[in-house]
Design a protein around this ligand. Structure first.
Ligand code: NAP
Length: 287
């Protein structure tokens, strides 16, 4: 890849960013599509976020991804939000428009739907048990409601974020039944039994993040299990599902396909989603 005087620049704003797989994934995708584009990781401290965002049109960048801890903090510095980003209250992609204005998008949400679609699973009519109520869970829950999920059961450790998410969902989607359930066996076991899709949007499964709020023995053949955690590739949740031939996938596909959606927003070109997944699989194998 040769960087020239006409190369279009995209990238990532986050703190930290040195662990990110996105530069390798996007740069390989730009190369595969023959695009004279580059993706750079920018370590942007919270105190510099406003100046960094203001510099996007000034430096003629095409846009950037935004990650922890800026996904919500960036919103006041943008000119407009997509409908989905506004509902979720978080932005992970900024596009610089032709007039220099900045639009915020959330591609985690369609990335989640695309990851399930790739497994032949539609969210329409599903009953979700969603573990966690942080930023990622908000994207999952709103996408599920947008795509016609029948029911969403939410839980988190403290309960306050789950209650706020339930209230936000109810304000937008009258036809989707939303419940907050306590982290107690008496509530979780019947919710797992009734669910058709189980999503882990907590960090549990990564080293040092404690135990799942559910008993993995509750997994049943009527479930599709999606674990947003992708490091390790086989979390205890994924391993338990596989051991019982229950359909499942990990969050690597969501990570790749949210990137593919950002790629399309910036370039207007069809993103090479499958090769972006293959790049991430290769990078994870070689870590
Ligand atoms: P976050 O904002 O910190 O939220 C984490 C949520 O998990 C909170 O609701 C927290 O509850 C809950 N939680 C933590 N431990 C729990 C436990 N033992 N039992 C029940 N709930 C628990 O994090 P996030 O940004 O949403 O990310 C969540 C996970 O998804 C992370 O592992 C992240 O790496 C992954 N992720 C993956 C992708 C992808 O593309 N694959 C994208 C985004 C995030 P409290 O708030 O009550 O503590």
């Amino acid at each position: 890849m040769a960087i020239t005087s006409t190369t279009r620049i995209t990238g990532l704003f986050g703190d930290p960013v040195s662990h990110s797989l996105s530069p390798l994934m996007h740069n390989r995708a730009f190369g595969a599509c023959g695009l004279d584009w580059v993706y750079v990781a920018f370590h942007v401290l919270p105190a510099h976020l406003a100046a960094a965002v203001r510099a996007l049109p000034a430096l003629n960048l095409a846009g950037v991804n935004v990650t922890i801890p800026h996904k919500e903090a960036v919103i006041p510095y943008l000119d407009s939000l997509s409908h989905t980003a506004a509902m979720i209250g978080a932005v992970n992609t900024i596009r610089v428009e032709a007039d220099g204005s900045l639009t915020g998008h959330n591609t985690d949400a369609p990335g989640f739907a695309a990851a399930l679609d790739r497994q032949g699973v539609s969210l329409d009519g599903q009953r979700l048990l969603l573990l966690g109520a942080g930023g990622a869970a908000r994207a999952v829950a709103f996408q599920a409601a947008i795509d016609g999920a029948e029911e969403i059961c939410l839980c988190d450790q403290v309960g306050e974020r789950a209650a706020a998410l339930a209230s936000d969902l109810a304000g937008h989607f009258a036809s989707c039944r939303v419940h907050c359930i306590p982290l107690e066996r008496a509530a979780l076991e019947p919710a797992a039994a009734a669910a058709t899709v189980l999503v882990n949007a907590t960090p549990v499964g990564m080293a040092g993040h404690g135990d799942y709020p559910i008993d993995l023995a509750w997994l049943h053949p009527g479930l599709f299990v999606y674990d947003l955690v992708y490091n390790p590739a086989s979390t205890p949740l994924i391993a338990a599902a596989r051991a019982r031939a229950i359909r499942c996938d990990n969050g690597l596909t969501m990570l790749a396909l949210q990137g593919a959606t950002s790629f399309a927003l910036w370039t207007g070109a069809a993103p090479p989603g499958e090769s972006m997944i293959a790049t991430l699989e290769e990078l994870m194998r070689n870590r």
